[in-house]
Structures are given as structure tokens and as C-alpha cells.
Design a protein around this ligand. Structure first.
Ligand SMILES: O=P(O)(O)OC[C@H]1O[C@H](O[C@H]2O[C@H](CO)[C@@H](O)[C@H](O)[C@H]2O)[C@H](O)[C@@H](O)[C@@H]1O
Length: 270
């Protein structure tokens, strides 16, 4: 799979090649939430979408298919966005919902509810004495955040996660994100699989539709890879951001910030 240094990605805004490709087909837009529709902030519960971004997402959804593909719990992201009529794939694509059909998740996911509950409980108990550690429960996965943890204590979080992986060998997987470990059932499913599933379920697999995915985090790379050759991946972030340092990406284009995302979506919505 072809990957590019974030530093070498062409910018999406004003890019002639991208403009030509988008003009030739109807876009189907897949949007990550944190770092794309809202800036990264210290506490997950404070990541509220701006009125301007909410309006442009709504405008876009009235013109073409729009899906939110997020690591967040589905209900939480719907509440944070103040929008409940979009297709949402929550918990990194493990929990997929459409306004017309309700839940359309892969059947395997429901079997892991007990595992996710047990891992969430252990994370809560074992990180209790680490100041700043945040455990974020979700319907089909769980995150443990260390953004607010003293750097000297972060290895304690990593050790807890490693022990959980050992104790649940073969049934649990971890994906690192931006100052977070995301723990999910170890099934062959991720944001990339979720996007391809949605393309199929929503009937977007036609020659006149081009899937466009906007994401910023490591888990979004699965979606960029999945769309290579059949869609367009756009990475949101700057190469000089320490959380992007040294990263290679399967995305084809870049937007530098949430403000640029809003400008790009505004252009698409016209
Ligand atoms: O797939 P996404 O919609 O981008 O969600 C990825 C994770 O985002 C959230 O955590 C990140 O954003 C927080 C708020 O800006 C920040 O405090 C945290 O450090 C970041 O990792 C969210 O809380 C997670 O559940 C998502 O999986």
C-alpha cells in the first residue's frame, strides 16, 4: 500500500486534480468527529461542534450522502453534534446506525458486550489512582485517555493496557490514538471495513459516486487504505503538530485544520 509522509501531502483546498475528480462524480462524504469537525481539546466532553460546522454538515447532507465515522460512542457523538438524522458509525465502526433502518451493525459485535463491560470496569478500577486518567465507556469499545496524565505516570496506563491485552489474549485489541488507547473486540473490523460496509449497505458503490473520507487519527488510516483506488482520503492535520510527527499516511490530500475542513465542506455543499 502506497503511503506518503504527512509533510509531502498536497493540500486539498484549491487542488485542481481534486476539484476535477469531485466535479466528475457525486461525493459521498465520510466524516471523522474529533480533530476534523472539532479541534482536539483536553477533555473529550468539551469537544462541542461549532454552529458554523453544524450548519455546513447539515447543508452538505441535504445535497449528498454524509456519514459520521467516529471512535466515539454513537449516542454521545449524536448529542455532541446536536444532529440525529445522519448515518453514524460509532465505536470505530463497531456500532452502525442509519436514520431509516436503525442499527445495521455486523452481528458479531453484539457478542462482545460482556467483554467490553468487563474491560471498562477494570480500566476504571485500575486507573483510579492515576491523576488525569480518563476512561471513556462506549457501546462497543472503551478508551483510556492520558492527555491529562503527568508524563511520568503515562507508563502506568500503558502497563495496565498491556496486562488487559495479555489477560484477554485473542479477544481484545488495542489501537493507539491521540493520547489515548482504544480497546475493542479483536475481530477483523475497523473504520475501513465500516466505510466499505456503508458504501455497500447505502448503495453508494456506483461509478458516478466517489467516497470521500476526512480523518485525522491513526484509526482513520484504515479508512484511507480501504478507499485507495476507489475513493479519496483527506488527512486533517499539520506536519508540525507533535501528534503527527513522523507519521506516514495512506491519505491523498491534506487539510491543515478544522477551519479548513469547514471551508472544504462549504465548497462541496455548493
Ligand atoms: O474517530 P474520532 O471521532 O476522531 O474519535 C477518536 C477519539 O476522539 C476522542 O478523543 C480525542 O479527542 C479528545 C477531544 O478533543 C481529546 O481529549 C483526546 O485526547 C483525543 O484522543 C474521543 O474521546 C475518543 O473516544 C475517540 O475514539
Amino acid at each position: 500500500m502506497e503511503e506518503t509522509s504527512v509533510r509531502d501531502l498536497p493540500r486539498a483546498l484549491g487542488n485542481e486534480d481534486l476539484t476535477r475528480r469531485l466535479a466528475a462524480c457525486r461525493p459521498a462524504v465520510f466524516l471523522d468527529y474529533d480533530g476534523v469537525l472539532t479541534p482536539i481539546v483536553s477533555r473529550p466532553e468539551d469537544a462541542a461542534i461549532s454552529d458554523g460546522m453544524r450548519t455546513v454538515v447539515r447543508d452538505l447532507a441535504s445535497r449528498c450522502p454524509v456519514c459520521v465515522v467516529t471512535g466515539r460512542d454513537r449516542a454521545v457523538v449524536q448529542q455532541l453534534m446536536g444532529v440525529d438524522d445522519l448515518v453514524v458509525a460509532g465505536s470505530h465502526g463497531f456500532d452502525i446506525w442509519t436514520p431509516q433502518r436503525g442499527s445495521v451493525s455486523d452481528d458479531r459485535v453484539a457478542r462482545f458486550a460482556d467483554l467490553v463491560a468487563a474491560v471498562t470496569e477494570r480500566l476504571r478500577t485500575e486507573t483510579e489512582t492515576i491523576p488525569g486518567a480518563l476512561v471513556e465507556p462506549k457501546r462497543a469499545s472503551v478508551a483510556v485517555h492520558y492527555r491529562l496524565v503527568d508524563p511520568a505516570d503515562r507508563n502506568r496506563i500503558e502497563a495496565i493496557v498491556q496486562t488487559l491485552l495479555t489477560d484477554h489474549h485473542g479477544e481484545l485489541k488495542v489501537t493507539p490514538g491521540k493520547m489515548v488507547y482504544e480497546l475493542a473486540p479483536a475481530i477483523d473490523w475497523d473504520k475501513g471495513r465500516a466505510v466499505l460496509y456503508l458504501v455497500d449497505v447505502l448503495g453508494l458503490d456506483s461509478a458516478d459516486t466517489v467516497p470521500v473520507y476526512l480523518g485525522d487519527d491513526i484509526t482513520d488510516e484504515d479508512a484511507f487504505r480501504a478507499l485507495r483506488g476507489r475513493g479519496i482520503g483527506i488527512l486533517v492535520g499539520r506536519p508540525d503538530d507533535p501528534e503527527m510527527a513522523g507519521r506516514n499516511t495512506a491519505a491523498e490530500f491534506a487539510l491543515a485544520s478544522v477551519d479548513e475542513v469547514e471551508r472544504f465542506l462549504t465548497t462541496l455543499a455548493r
